[in-house]
Design a protein around this ligand. Structure first.
Ligand SMILES: Nc1ncnc2c1ncn2[C@@H]1O[C@H](COP(=O)(O)OP(=O)(O)OP(=O)(O)O)[C@@H](O)[C@H]1O
Ligand SMILES: [Mg+2]
Length: 524
């Protein structure tokens, strides 16, 4: 990149005379810039440049008027081809510059363009030197800002002896009356980068320069990347915070063999680009994590994201109003990410329609059952009665045609009640790997004792082993007991507390068992 007067003062305009008038002026500027590369312009050449620029502008305006009239008279069919050939020749004489535009959103407003992001990252480094007006966002380094060009800024770039110019601009979106589901984001300005270069550099720019820009942009993005945790606060848009969960596989208590198996599976997935292409499968993988509350399902997702260095998209299904909103959310997700739907059984009625509070409680009243869980009651309370995400919509989201757009994505469902899930939802190919997160065993306890207390053996370990064989306690409860809560606490006091709690749980189980036995005897 170079520090240079910027030759292009043309902002993209609607076609026709305005644009061509601008073109004439731009030519003068660019001619001037071309000469400035080697010599300073003298006053007389400025005037001659200006005059030729003005003449060209006039020709351009006249040409546009004639052309528009020809169009109007519908003579274009007869003369159009020949005229447009002449037009192209004239344009090349008048303006030896080509331009290329990259929009922030391609495919309507559905998906942010990777190319736009890469160009933005590429230009970030140079614009801090050359541009006068900048935009800034937080980056990986807490003390630094990631810079990009503000609207209407231009920077020049030199590549293998060719000079090109980048312009940033934005446009207001067209009116969206009658399309309310496009939402607020559709009203935001649309951003673009426009690249100008000499026609003689066409091949160099298109085939060498631009691929290099994209590659360098990707590298810069990796350097500045902050991992993000996204959620859909509204029906079809993501909001995010920086993802900073400290859980890693090194601090996740579970059977070491099982843990290794999961880590190997993740490695295979991450390095599986060629494999997926070879066997013709979309590069995605489904994980189902199931087990009682507090057994580490959410902790496992955080550990996976940290291990793979992926972003997380946590979908709140109860806020999604329709299958098409779900699709929109999905399309907006980036690669290298984990898409999570927690407590899937609470978010969706697996017969296809969403539960709402009334229907849920009606059902419970009818069969005399209590709510499946407080969490479920809470979820169903939140569910919008107008929600229409269906089981088939969800299945489509996981492995329909749309699921293949983008790549390198894990889809993770969690549930406390795996038995409630529709078999279609969790069959292999959709949820490829089923992982049971279970109550704390002795191995997991030893791991937690070492992590939380730094002890690898203790006189109370045998008592804990014996009790854990008889009592179901979650890793979350064990971890809570092993947490130092005051300066007087130490390993011994924590382990004593744990043993006491396990004994109490065992006594409760025994008394419940007795109660049930007595009831059985009475009924007999
Ligand atoms: N296997 C584990 N290893 C280490 N810590 C654990 C483990 N399981 C749970 N924890 C700790 O217990 C707490 C609760 O765990 P987590 O939220 O992951 O449980 P969950 O299975 O997602 O529960 P729920 O079904 O209620 O969402 C967390 O602080 C987590 O760090
Ligand atoms: Mg959880």
């Amino acid at each position: 990149m170079c520090d240079h007067h910027l030759p292009i003062t043309r902002l993209p305009m609607q076609g026709g005379a305005h644009q061509l008038l601008g073109l004439g002026l731009a030519v003068w500027h660019r001619r001037r810039a071309g000469e400035e590369e080697s010599i300073e312009m003298e006053a007389s050449s400025v005037w001659s440049g200006l005059n030729s620029g003005m003449v060209l502008s006039l020709i351009a305006v006249l040409w546009t008027v004639v052309w528009q009239n020809l169009q109007h008279l519908q003579l274009q069919q007869t003369f159009g081809r020949r005229m447009s050939r002449h037009a192209r020749r004239l344009a090349a004489m008048v303006d030896p510059y080509l331009s290329l535009t990259v929009a922030e959103y391609d495919g309507g407003r559905m998906r942010r363009s990777d190319a736009y992001e890469e160009i933005k990252a590429y230009l970030g480094g140079s614009c801090s030197r050359d541009a006068r007006h900048l935009r800034a966002e937080g980056g990986k380094d807490a003390n630094k800002l990631v810079l990009s060009m503000a609207d209407r800024e231009e920077v020049a770039d030199d590549f293998q002896g060719a000079r090109v110019w980048w312009l940033a601009y934005s446009k207001s979106p067209p009116r969206t009356d009658g399309f309310p589901w496009w939402g607020a984001a559709a009203q935001e300005d649309r951003r673009f980068y426009q690249l100008f270069f000499f026609e003689r550099h066409r091949d160099l720019v298109l085939h060498t320069y631009l691929p290099r820009v994209r590659q360098m942009g990707r590298d810069a993005m990796l350097q500045n990347r902050q991992r993000k945790l996204f959620t859909n606060l509204s029906t079809s848009h993501w909001s995010h915070v920086v993802f900073e969960h400290p859980k890693t596989f090194a601090t996740l208590a579970m059977d070491p063999v099982k843990k290794k198996e999961i880590m190997d599976d993740l490695d295979m997935f991450k390095n599986g680009k060629e494999y997926h292409a070879r066997v013709g499968k979309a590069w995605k993988r489904g994980y189902l994590l199931y087990g009682p509350p507090g057994t580490g399902k959410s902790a496992m997702i955080a550990a996976m994201a940290n291990y793979l260095d992926y972003d997380i998209y946590d979908i709140e299904l109860t806020s999604v109003h329709s299958n098409s909103d779900l699709r929109k959310l999905f399309i907006e997700t980036k690669s290298k990410s984990i898409i999570v739907i927690e407590e899937i059984d609470c978010s969706l009625d697996l017969s296809g329609a969403r539960k709402n509070k009334e229907t849920a409680t009606e059902e419970e009243k009818k069969d005399g059952s209590s709510p499946a869980s407080d969490k479920q009651a809470e979820k169903t309370k939140k569910a919008d009665t107008s929600s229409k995400v269906t089981l088939s919509g969800l299945l489509n989201f996981i492995d329909g045609l749309w699921s293949a757009c983008g790549s390198e994505r894990l889809i993770v469902f969690t549930t406390n009640h795996v038995e409630k899930l529709d078999s279609a939802l969790i069959r292999r190919g959709r949820m490829d790997k089923h992982i049971e997160m279970s109550y704390c065993g002795f191995e997991a306890f030893k791991f937690l004792a070492e992590t939380y207390l730094g002890v690898v053996s203790h006189e109370l370990f045998d008592a804990v082993r014996e009790l854990l064989q008889k009592v179901n306690m979650t890793p979350a409860d064990v971890a809570e007991n092993l947490t130092l809560k005051s300066v007087d606490d130490d390993a011994h006091s924590c382990l004593t507390n744990l043993v006491r709690e396990l004994q109490e749980a065992r006594m409760r189980m025994a008394s419940q068992g007795n109660g049930e036995d007595e009831q059985d005897e009475e009924t007999q």
